[in-house]
Design a protein around this ligand. Structure first.
Ligand SMILES: [Zn+2]
Ligand SMILES: [Zn+2]
Length: 149
């Protein structure tokens, strides 16, 4: 559809959207052009929309990149923290193990064992050791005469 000016003067109405919304005749004559903006304007609107969406997309991509680098940094810090945690834990366990296998504890363990042994020994009736020695001597004494006979 030509604009009213072109239609009135029976001129070919040519519109170059990249230069102006008015037709080339109206631009040349510097008059307002009422050339139908459809369907090209819809295309323009869509182009404008897609351009805005592209900008939004780029903005979001930048945000993602920023968040990703923050995520990577946070994970790195977390890993460091966990490593230190493990180090401290291992060190604590090593200290604990050292304490448990330390000489002072060994003495206590030995002492308790010794005291138990002594208590057991003391619990025996007097002369039980002698009887034990005698039975051992008797046993060997029994074996020898049998082998001799
Ligand atoms: Zn025109
Ligand atoms: Zn025009």
């Amino acid at each position: 559809m030509p604009c009213s000016n072109c239609h009135q003067h029976n001129r070919s109405c040519i519109v170059d959207r990249s230069k102006s919304l008015s037709c080339s005749e109206c631009v040349r004559r510097k008059v307002s052009c009422d050339v139908s903006i459809d369907p090209d304007s819809r295309l323009d609107k869509e182009m404008e929309k897609s351009r805005q969406l592209e900008e939004e997309e780029e903005k979001l991509m930048r945000e993602i990149a920023t968040l990703q680098s923050r995520l990577i940094r946070t994970r790195e810090q977390k890993r460091h923290s966990l490593r230190r945690q493990k180090e401290y834990f291992d060190r604590g366990m090593a200290d604990l193990a050292e304490e448990m296998s330390g000489p002072s504890n060994d003495v206590v363990v030995e002492g308790s064992e010794e005291s138990n042994w002594i208590q057991e020994l003391n619990a025996m009736s007097p002369g039980s050791l002698e009887r034990l020695a005698a039975s051992v001597g008797q046993g060997s004494g029994d074996a020898n005469p049998q082998s001799l006979s």
